[in-house]
Design a binder for this molecule. Structure first.
Ligand SMILES: O=C(O)CCC(=O)C(=O)O
Ligand SMILES: [Fe+2]
Length: 296
């Protein structure tokens, strides 16, 4: 079905490099979901099959809870280093996906993340930070994570309907409370990069596609960009020397909305109809906001 030329990613069969569509993701409202399911399905199908990204409004997750989740992220990052050193380290190769993750920009600048799975998972029990330093992280993370499946399920239900499949086709498989499920919440802190300039091609997060079914993202500031309708081409030009895309569309956060993108499994399972598109987080230029950037 799909070739895998580079780091497990793929070139889409039969798709030309450029699609002539507007590349900016639409805002899709989930308001009156039951009454408007047909319309929402049409809107989601269109966005997922042309851009692979969309914003979701009227999702039902309280702004107050979203704000607390960002505060929990800051709380985690502010722990003393000795406390962080006691936490399990995320390893993608062994699927040890709970704990702390440290990535570095080419100049050694640290980008810190933490990953939490649903509290029912055994490995999560060792990954919660010390309450002494992070009094709210666990409770807030659990509360926030529990608020997300209802949103994800609506989106996945409509995406299934849009493909002519039963509404529960993806949600049955994607039950995040199942012990063998890998759904996770990832908090990121991109450190402030004040006054620095970066060589073209150096990004805070290099071009990639996601391995989730869908990703629900909240970010506090711009930086996310998407390569809509374009295949990653094996070439030099990005940090990993893997993908070259010659047109990037900014995907700044819209207050109160989730930014949502389709991930690889949905592209595979739909035989390339739903698009798991390349995206990256660009390093800010000197005239842009260069302070710390938080995303969830
Ligand atoms: O931080 C962001 O805005 C997006 C990060 C991202 O693409 C990812 O974690 O997969
Ligand atoms: Fe991503």
């Amino acid at each position: 079905m799909l070739a895998t030329p580079c780091r497990g990613k793929k070139v889409r069969k039969g798709q030309s490099a450029l699609l002539t569509v507007s590349n900016s993701p639409p805002v899709i409202s989930l308001a009156d979901y039951d009454k408007r399911k047909r319309q929402i399905t049409d809107e989601l199908r269109k966005a997922a099959t042309t851009i692979g990204f969309f914003y979701i409004s009227d999702h039902g997750v309280a702004q107050e809870l979203i704000d607390r989740a960002f505060a929990a992220n800051e709380e985690y990052c502010a722990q003393p280093e000795e406390a962080k050193d006691k936490l399990p380290v995320v390893r993608w190769d062994t699927r040890q996906l709970t704990g702390i993750e440290r990535n570095y920009l080419p100049d050694g600048t640290l980008r810190e993340s933490s990953i939490a799975k649903f509290d029912v998972h055994e490995d999560m029990q060792k990954a919660w930070p010390d309450k002494k330093y992070c009094p709210n992280y666990r409770q807030t993370t659990v509360e926030f994570m529990n608020a997300l499946p209802p949103v994800a399920n609506k989106i996945l239900g409509c995406l299934a309907l849009g493909l002519g499949l039963p509404e529960n086709f993806f949600t049955e498989t994607a039950n995040p409370y199942r012990a063998d499920n890998f759904t996770f919440l990832q908090y990121h802190k991109y450190p402030g990069l004040e006054g620095r300039t970066w060589k073209e091609g150096v990004n805070c997060v290099t071009a990639h596609t996601d391995e989730s079914l869908i990703t629900l993202l909240f970010a506090k500031s711009p930086g996310l960009e998407l390569a809509s309708g374009r295949d990653g081409k094996a070439a030099t030009g990005d940090t990993y020397g893997c993908y070259q895309v010659d047109s990037w569309t900014p995907c700044p956060p819209i207050p109160g909305c989730f930014t949502v993108n389709i991930g690889d499994p949905l592209q595979y399972w739909s035989d390339g109809v739903l698009l798991s598109n390349y995206h990256r987080v660009r390093c800010p230029k000197p005239d842009e906001y260069q302070g710390d950037r938080y995303s969830i």
